[in-house]
Design a protein around this ligand. Sequence first.
Ligand code: NAD
Length: 706
Amino acid sequence: MNDPVTYDVQDGVAVITINNPPVNALGPGVSEGLQKAIQQVNETAVIIAAVLIGGGKTFIAGADIKQLTRMASGAVGHGPGLSPLLTSIEDTPKPVVCAIHGTALGGGLEIAMSCHYRVAATTAKVGQPEVKIGIIPGAEGTQRLPRLVGIAPAAIMCATGRMVTAQEGLKLGVLDAITKDDLLTEAVRFAREKADTGEPPRKTRELSKKLKLDDNARESLAGLRQSIAKRARDLQAPGKAIEAVELAATLSFREGCRKEAEIFDTCLKSEEANGLMHVFFSERAAAKVPDLPAEAAPRVIQSAAVIGAGTMGGGITMSYVNAGIPVVLKEINQAALEKGMATIKRNYASAVKRGKLLEGEMEKRLNRIKPTTAYGDIGEADIVVEAVFENLDLKKQIFGEIDTAAKPEAILASNTSTLNIDQIAAATKRPEQVIGNHFFSPANIMKLLEVVRSSKTSPEVIATSMALAKKLGKVGVIVGNCFGFVGNRMFSPYTNEAQFLVEEGASVAQVDQTLYEFGWAMGPLAVLDLAGNDVGWRIHQEVKHSIPESNRQPLMTDILYQEKRWGQKTGKGWYRYEEGNRQGLVDAEFEAQIRAEADREGIAQREISPDEILERTIYALINEGARILEEGFATRSSDIDVIYIYGYGFPAFRGGPMHYGDRIGLKKVYGRICEFEKEQGSWWKPAPLLKLLAEANQTFAEYDRR
Ligand SMILES: NC(=O)c1ccc[n+]([C@@H]2O[C@H](COP(=O)([O-])OP(=O)(O)OC[C@H]3O[C@@H](n4cnc5c(N)ncnc54)[C@H](O)[C@@H]3O)[C@@H](O)[C@H]2O)c1
């Protein structure tokens, strides 16, 4: 293995290079290497200054998160962390210049700030993204950053985790210079200049001019707190980050650092950090499809065609053109095509209006779309994505047509939410090139892409879909071809339980509020109203023949459909909606109707506790997830977590349903499910895998590592 830190001399300046590919994370050996190099700078009389730089593509892009999880679990001690190293860098009597390219993030920026000056490439970015994994900067970052940029800007950076560009960084004061030229040459020149002045180097910890908390700063902080309460209502780390930064205004540097360490420690041990770190690793694990042969290289996708410009087709088209891939968008007739294009234009125009997109960029993206009603136009596409109505016969017919029109090597993907990909593929002469690419609504925004493999999909086509997901800014998760795949298959027992609870006496709002407070983006019944109760009814028609008699089915499915209570789109569903407002209002009339139906069915009415609502809905998810895992339709329990967080709005800070199950303990989950089976009925039969793990006192995470 190469040395993680190397030491050279250029023009009397020590050049200390960190080489810990791929991102120069602060892994084992890096801080020790830096400490040694700094000592050498101090001890070598002919050295007049030092430059600290990253080898490869970037400066230090963060801490070693694996090490953080070990610290959180108590497996390794916290120790003094980076503090002694930062102090020795800062106490070096010769100027130390940090040269930043790529990104300087987290511990990387904290090291950079302990240097006396920072010179960056114009393309560099810096930030303190720790809140994204539930913690705050823990190596004096909350105390040095405000000394460089001021309290409010530092609080914004630490509480949002947002990276700032080199230009912004220069303006804010976290950087001293930026350059388009060779970074190392410029940094060495800068260091020599500073040494030539003969002045003692500037120590960040001794700066105080920007620490004043005036009215403006106070106002910014109040605004920041408000926006965080809205955007990150369940998270504690953003608020804690602000608290730590604010301490810089009143405490000495050392005292501030001591407090920062305390807050860091509390955050590190929180459920939030545990859940978010799990999501971090799970997302990376999901990118790996274990049984793909190494030679299955992804193909380059340079153009696409989308069939159907409805809700999903429009969003999928936007995803592609946003990523720079031109799309031929095909509809059945001119009117449907114009309607679809009008929606796409409206969505972009609204982004421009909200300042999220430049007008010129909108034009560029729209120009990448070629609307058509003719199959003849899809012949050049490398991939064709089908997004027509959810009907197997229709999809088969359309795949036959696409097969004729598309070039022989094109991949044919279906966005079906439930249908069998093998059956769809059988309608073509290239079943090995057919795959499910299941986007989530709104497809241009939601980060999840379920990549559904059929029994015939070729490894190369799978690899291409996984790479494409990344290119589209999504998280691709490989799943197997079962009804509803992973996400929707689990969603059905979850929403069924929500409905049963209402039939037994809970109110619609009580069920949704309990799950909202648990952290879901929306309660399950509000989601049904959003997705459309007509859609739910149609799916029910497809599956009802396969549901055993003994299984309980929601009482209101047919009524919702027949009474056109289709949800938001018809102004009523589980809730009622006022014109132009998507917020559901309690519908007393419908609640009374539910009670009457329950009465007719002889369902006893009772008080239902929030605990029961949580257990019955979330454990239903976990039980079905365990079944899917055991049947091999999901590769890892952590893949299921990723699906639920990015596709369904499960609270990320809880790490996903399977991780949540692990945290409460599968013994407890299994025990309650056995009770539900006795009290409720056979649909609560525990998944064999859950039983196995519970009895062996194991977790889903352990099962993933098997
Ligand atoms: N809506 C969702 O939340 C969601 C989420 C994931 C997946 N899906 C799936 O995506 C697919 C599309 O759903 P949607 O909600 O966008 O439906 P939609 O009704 O909004 O759109 C379907 C479109 O397909 C068009 N179409 C029909 N036949 C066509 C043909 N021969 N050529 C070209 N266009 C044709 C229709 O004119 C219509 O505009 C379905 O399979 C659905 O299950 C939907």
